[in-house]
Design a protein around this ligand. Structure first.
Ligand SMILES: Cc1ncc(COP(=O)(O)O)c(C=O)c1O
Length: 386
């Protein structure tokens, strides 16, 4: 049965054959513990981590690959960055499109460390007035956290402009690249990013259980996890050396072996090419949906910057019901309901309804989008009153 997969914003699928093979090879041929032994299998496992780190560094224009630490997912990377950087009584600025993986750690710090937080309101398309950042900065503002791409609206934040403002005021910038890593060009040096949290399992085409955090060289964070690193074992303290400081415990070596292949494929294809293709597909989706009676789309207008996400509602059909029909009658996978972003839903005006989120990916074709639109047309014919 053909599945039409439009849920890439949650996790990309299918994974490239190279990714699957690299994972299987790792488990079958050299699945030893990296950094914890001198034998040939342990060395080979260490080498694959080294290669993946080096390729990620190339992709994001990071000078020193050891400034990247691997994490289970974006959430783990964000938690390391937020809890490790923010000090009691600090002020943090964020936005009204953030995912719960930013919002909840910040709410926790508000309750437990008297941290002050300002969520800057964007307009309903996800656009931020950059003057609001300057207005919000206080003497104790230490950090601004911003999603590069909204997971509901598909909007893109002008990270370089935001970071420039922050740099002038001595405020560090943490970027949540969950929706853009691998699908939108990211250059941490040119964009002035101090910390970058990214998933391995979405646009980078790796498996679930992978992700990472880039930390600028001048930052020293409190580690989120303490434990064995295979280095400085005689010390009772977490090592200061990177990436060990932020990588306690056995890593997901098979997953990272797969991620490495995903990153290589992304670089061979070119992020700008991937973005261009996904942008065209999102425009085809948006334009098609806007022509269907009873369909309301959210986020940027046609022709404006956007990731591969298009969220919408069909009049008279609950978001979850639409997703159920798409799955059962059309073999189309989407995500529906609330997308871990109550702030984003308030911003889009969909707090009561949720939304259907379609998202394209590396293997999505024009024909897939045609099929998707024909399914929505069918649903509209049956449900939308004339
Ligand atoms: C904007 C954003 N941030 C963070 C996350 C959390 O990502 P992960 O599932 O990799 O922890 C997501 C997941 O969809 C997201 O869309």
């Amino acid at each position: 049965m053909t599945i039409y997969y439009f849920d890439h914003a949650a996790s990309s699928w299918p994974k490239p054959p190279e990714v699957i093979k690299a994972m299987a090879d790792c488990v079958e041929l050299y699945g030893a513990n990296p950094g914890r032994g001198g034998h040939r299998m342990a060395v080979q496992a260490s080498k694959i981590l080294f290669a993946a780190r080096a390729n990620l560094a190339k992709l994001f224009n990071i000078k020193n690959a050891n400034d990247i630490s691997f994490a289970l997912n974006t959430t783990a990377a964000l938690n390391q960055a937020i809890s490790g950087f923010v000090q009691p009584n600090d002020h943090v600025i964020s936005t009204s499109i953030e995912h719960n993986s930013v919002r909840r750690p910040l709410e926790y710090l508000k309750r437990t460390k008297q941290v002050e937080v300002t969520f800057l309101q964007t307009n309903e398309k996800g656009e931020l007035d950059l003057d609001d950042i300057v207005q919000a900065i206080r003497p104790n503002t230490s950090l601004l956290i911003c999603s590069h791409g909204s997971n509901l609206l598909g909007s893109i934040m002008p990270i370089a402009d935001i970071a420039e403002i922050c740099r002038k005021h001595g405020v560090k910038v943490l970027v949540d690249a969950a929706q853009t890593a691998g699908t939108y060009p990211i250059d941490v040096q040119a964009m002035g990013i101090d910390m970058l949290a990214f998933p391995g399992h979405k646009g980078l085409l790796g498996p679930q259980g992978t992700g990472g955090l880039y930390l600028a060289p001048d930052l020293v964070l409190e580690p989120h996890l303490h434990g064995g690193t295979g280095s400085q074992s005689e010390s009772i303290e977490q090592p200061t050396v990177r990436p060990d400081r932020y990588e306690a415990g056995t890593p997901n070596t098979p997953g990272i072996a797969g991620l490495n292949e995903g990153v290589k494929l992304i670089m061979q294809t070119g992020v700008a090419n991937i973005h261009h293709k996904e942008w065209q597909l999102s425009q085809q989706l948006l334009e098609g949906l806007q022509q269907i009676p009873g369909v309301k789309c959210f986020g940027p207008e046609l022709g404006e910057p956007r990731s591969g996400i298009v969220s919408f509602l069909i009049e008279g059909v609950e978001a979850s019901e639409a997703a159920f029909i798409l799955d059962q009658s059309f073999q189309i996978a989407v995500r529906a309901g609330y997308h871990c972003t109550p702030l984003g839903h308030e911003t889009a005006g969909t707090t009561d309804s949720g939304a259907v989120r379609s998202s394209v990916g590396f293997y999505t074709s024009k024909e897939d989008v045609d099929y998707f639109l024909s399914a929505i047309r069918e649903i509209s014919k049956h449900y939308v009153s004339k």
